[in-house]
Ligand binder design. Structure first.
Ligand SMILES: Cc1cc2nc3c(=O)[nH]c(=O)nc-3n(C[C@H](O)[C@H](O)[C@H](O)COP(=O)(O)OP(=O)(O)OC[C@H]3O[C@@H](n4cnc5c(N)ncnc54)[C@H](O)[C@@H]3O)c2cc1C
Length: 203
């Protein structure tokens, strides 16, 4: 997203990722209308919309089966034009984003290339990048943005501290495809399977 927005604004951008493919399992599962607006700004909203579905009414139950809270959306008309809360499938959305960003002439994408070192000077930063073929290169930039995940190399190299908020609970996420009997027991009785909805989003 950062490479796409900066590249679309006319800045020269170098973006590297040590992985050649997007990670094939979804982790993030929800986004909102403001994110859809940014996808729209990048010109990729139409390719992403089929991989989203409205975030239906959900009910959270405690261990004793009682409802702890319900989450619902504001009714239409929607304030930003898009459905306010959406679930999405992360791998195809990331793939669509990558494809769009790669088409920008201002952005150079280096996949299979890991950042190894940063050397900060008064007027620039030198990045030591190594490809998965072993080839090393140095890239010079005025600014570096670390979008390299929870084990961020950029954070480690720049000595930034991690602020741990101390949420440390054992938990298990279970994704299921529901049959009609199971669906009838959910808060809104609507399927959550994105594949079932692809091409049938209501806008
Ligand atoms: C099990 C699980 C469940 C989750 N559930 C949810 C959820 O329900 N809702 C939600 O909103 N979020 C959820 N998350 C969190 C969500 O997945 C992350 O917040 C989001 O994917 C982080 O995006 P990111 O781009 O910051 O990092 P990542 O998706 O981790 O991407 C980092 C990228 O940096 C690259 N990289 C790393 N180091 C280097 C380097 N040295 N050089 C070059 N490239 C490098 C990696 O290859 C990777 O492509 C979950 C996460 C997990 C693990």
């Amino acid at each position: 997203m950062a490479a796409g927005l900066l590249g679309a604004a006319g800045l020269r951008v170098f973006a590297c990722d040590r992985s050649r493919e997007v990670y094939d399992k979804p982790r993030a599962m929800a986004l909102d209308h403001e994110i859809m607006r940014i996808f729209q700004q990048l010109g990729v909203a139409d390719r992403i919309a089929p991989w989203t579905a409205p975030f239906g009414t959900s009910a959270h139950h405690g261990a004793d089966g009682r409802v702890i809270r319900r989450i619902d959306m504001v009714p239409p008309p929607y304030p930003l034009g898009w459905i306010p809360n959406l679930v999405f499938s992360q791998p195809p959305v990331e793939a669509a984003l990558r494809e769009q960003v790669a088409s920008l002439p201002t952005v150079e994408i280096a996949l299979g290339s890991a950042l190894e070192r940063l050397t900060q000077h008064d007027d620039r930063v030198d990045l030591a990048v190594r490809g998965d073929d072993g080839a090393a290169r140095t890239v010079t930039a005025r600014w570096v943005i670390g979008c390299d995940g929870a084990s961020s190399t950029v954070r480690a190299l720049t000595g930034m501290a991690l602020d741990d908020l101390g949420f440390d609970e054992p938990w298990l996420v279970v994704d299921v495809l529901m049959n009609a009997r199971g669906l009838a027991k959910t808060a809104d009785g609507q399927p959550a399977d994105l594949r079932a909805r692809a091409g049938r989003v209501p806008w």
